[in-house]
Design a protein around this ligand. Structure first.
Ligand SMILES: NC(=O)c1ccc[n+]([C@@H]2O[C@H](COP(=O)([O-])OP(=O)(O)OC[C@H]3O[C@@H](n4cnc5c(N)ncnc54)[C@H](O)[C@@H]3O)[C@@H](O)[C@H]2O)c1
Length: 349
């Protein structure tokens, strides 16, 4: 399998090295041929070449079976244009409309919610990934003056809403889950989110075995904290999904623990830890590699390698339970040592 790897900036480089270490252990343990093509795109490359992503960059990426990204963002590029082109650009150009974010607590001691354990925090968020407020439609008039007007439009299309809501129901059905919750703000955003309401109600009728519920996004945030156990699958738009998945990451033990996939089912998809490049930790052997390693597991799962993905998940669980992890989640290991431990655990399975 051909996998494009963009380690990117800051701790993206540190955690990607560990994800590749674990993937190599998987390929040896299970006899899978995984070929990694390392692409140098990131802040260093941009500052040297003035190229964020080559002209044929998106076509190049389409030729791979999957893309793995570390993180992008560097204070030397204040407007982060390279990150926008590489990360958001790939989401839009490859039409990666599903942002797949499992929220799974591995150990009670990592959860900041009082009295909650792994049985209470185990759900999936599907965030619409190509529309909403992140499409860059808008502009500023009289910028920098007291008369400034700033407009940023939210885009909702029937096709876009339909396919992400459909994906959420299909995922639930395939996994034998029985609850899908849609979150919007249709009480205040009465046009754009009326479309979400219509599509959700329409599709729910096709899945009689699944209970379809709805919360306004502010209520959803509250219920995520008060009673996370009620959720199995949550589907929402780009902005709300961005926010609630960081909230979900805190339930798992912080940003260093959270994995994500940017999917177009049946086509090349992209996998990345949820965290950013955390420049202050870059190259210091302190970043938690679990989010990146768990993202590699999501990649294998999506490529149909369920047994291999499960082996990585089991190795992560063992590392967490035995506290063979970095300091942010209560261990004493460095990034490399935490990766070594998980790779060795995969080999031992
Ligand atoms: N997908 C991405 O590539 C992505 C996502 C978010 C932010 N960014 C970019 O990253 C840069 C830094 O952004 P930020 O500081 O807001 O977010 P960040 O996720 O990089 O870091 C926020 C804080 O979370 C903690 N943290 C994050 N990842 C960790 C890990 N693996 N191990 C241990 N602790 C971890 C650290 O305390 C860190 O200071 C910015 O340039 C931003 O634009 C990129």
């Amino acid at each position: 399998m051909q996998i494009a790897v963009i380690a990117g900036d800051g701790i993206g480089k540190d955690v990607t090295a560990e994800a590749l270490k674990v993937l190599t252990a998987v390929s040896e343990r299970f006899g899978r041929r995984l070929h990694f093509e390392r692409l140098p795109w990131g802040a260093d490359h941009y500052l040297e070449s003035k190229v964020t992503i080559p002209l044929d960059g998106y076509d190049l990426l389409r030729a791979f079976e999957a893309i793995f990204i570390g993180a992008l963002g560097d204070p030397r590029v204040p407007d982060n244009r390279h990150a926008r082109d590489i990360l958001l650009g790939t989401r839009f150009e490859l039409d990666l409309y599903v942002n797949y974010r499992p929220v799974r607590l591995l150990d009670e001691r990592l959860c900041p919610l009082k009295g909650r354990g792994p049985a209470d925090v185990n759900f999936v968020v599907f965030r619409e990934n190509t529309e909403g407020l992140y499409v860059g439609v808008g502009g500023r008039f009289k910028a920098g003056t007291d008369d400034e007007i700033a407009i940023q439009e939210e885009l909702n299309t029937y096709k876009g809403v339909h396919r992400i809501v459909r994906h959420a129901f299909e995922f639930a059905k395939a996994r034998g889950l029985t609850k899908v919750c849609m979150a919007d703000k249709s009480n205040a955003m009465t046009d754009g989110h009326a479309l979400w309401q219509r599509v959700f109600r329409q599709l729910a009728t096709e899945y009689p075995g699944i209970t379809a519920t709805h919360y306004y996004i502010d209520a959803l945030a509250m219920y995520m904290v008060l009673d996370p156990g009620q959720f199995e699958v949550i589907v929402t738009n780009n902005l709300f999904g961005d926010i609630i998945t960081d909230l979900g990451a805190t339930f798992q033990g912080g940003l260093g623990m959270a994995a994500s996939g940017n999917l177009h089912p049946g086509k090349t998809s992209m996998f990345e830890p949820v965290h950013g490049s955390a420049p202050k930790f870059a190259g210091k052997n302190v970043a938690n590699p679990i989010g990146a390693i768990a993202s590699a597991a999501l990649m294998l799962e999506t490529l149909g390698l369920a047994e291999e993905a499960a082996a990585i998940d089991a190795a992560i669980l063992k590392a967490v339970r035995e506290r063979q992890v970095t300091q942010d989640v209560g261990g004493q290991l460095g990034t490399r040592e935490a990766g070594d431990y998980i790779a060795a655990a995969v080999r031992a399975i």
